[in-house]
Design a protein around this ligand. Structure first.
Ligand SMILES: [Mn+2]
Length: 256
């Protein structure tokens, strides 16, 4: 069991705890830096609603949601880092459901202290590599640049819309190929996928990827130490198609 006063455990799917399963679900319903269409704060509830009905075997534990502070990204990230640290220190693996993409930073900060050679693999239609966005140094559009500046190996797959500034940064600092031997954190922004199978995201980009592409990448990662699935916006989802896709991603990770 993981204890923290930053957790709202009433959101958990399970009341009990199974020590034999290693993945721990953690919701982070934060969307305060979203600049176009907010609503990602509602994603953990939407994904859990689908997950409850999909799962047959017991494959993960669930600690509920981080109690976020809407409007305060730094305090929210501090709480995410604290809870993820507790999960790792007890020997479990964190599986976060966002929330906007900036929450990845808190999770990675916790993991990089334990895994010195941590590799961050990101599936995303965007590079999220601005230096500043709307004057902010940390938000959903700058988060991968801040993570790279921590000195980690960052691999981005699926980027297909970006600014000149981002492309320049990416060409120098992001890798294209996964090193399958390194301890790896996988961050899945759902806009990586084609809008036809993931309509419930704020920044849809055509000519995206499919579930089989995700499965191929997942298979290529041998030492997975943490995962997040971010940017579901239930306000824009259609018939829970995108929440269902997020749930299938989660189940493939915990079945791996
Ligand atoms: Mn994106």
């Amino acid at each position: 069991m993981i204890d923290s006063h930053y957790l709202d455990k009433s959101k958990s799917i399970y009341e009990d705890w199974n020590e034999k399963v290693k993945w721990v679900l953690l919701g982070v319903g934060f969307d305060s830096t979203e600049t176009y269409l907010p609503g990602q704060r509602l994603a953990p509830a939407s994904i859990r609603e689908v997950l409850r009905h999909k799962e047959s075997k017991r494959l993960f534990n669930d600690v509920g949601d981080v109690i976020v502070v809407h409007g305060d990204l730094n305090e929210t990230l501090k709480r995410v880092e604290d809870v993820v640290n507790r999960i790792i220190n007890k020997g479990y693996k964190p599986l976060l459901i966002g929330g906007e993409h900036s929450i990845t930073y808190g999770s990675v900060k916790a993991l990089m202290n334990t895994y010195k050679k941590l590799q961050v693999v990101v599936l995303d239609a965007h590079y999220d590599a601005y230096d500043r966005y709307d004057t902010l140094s940390l938000n959903h559009a700058t988060v991968l640049r801040r993570i790279k500046e921590e000195g980690l190996r960052v691999v981005v797959k699926g980027a297909r819309r970006f600014s000149n500034e981002e492309e320049e940064f990416a060409s120098h600092h992001f890798k294209k190929d996964i090193d399958s031997t390194l301890p790896t954190y996988l961050s899945v922004d759902l806009d990586f996928f084609d809008p036809s199978i993931a309509p419930g995201v704020s920044d849809k980009e055509s000519n995206g990827y499919y579930f089989k592409d995700f499965l191929r990448i997942l298979k290529n990662i041998k030492n997975l130490v943490g995962v997040d699935v971010v940017e579901l916006n239930p306000c824009l989802d259609t018939n829970k198609v995108t929440a269902s896709l997020a749930s299938d991603i989660i189940l493939k990770v915990v079945e791996k």
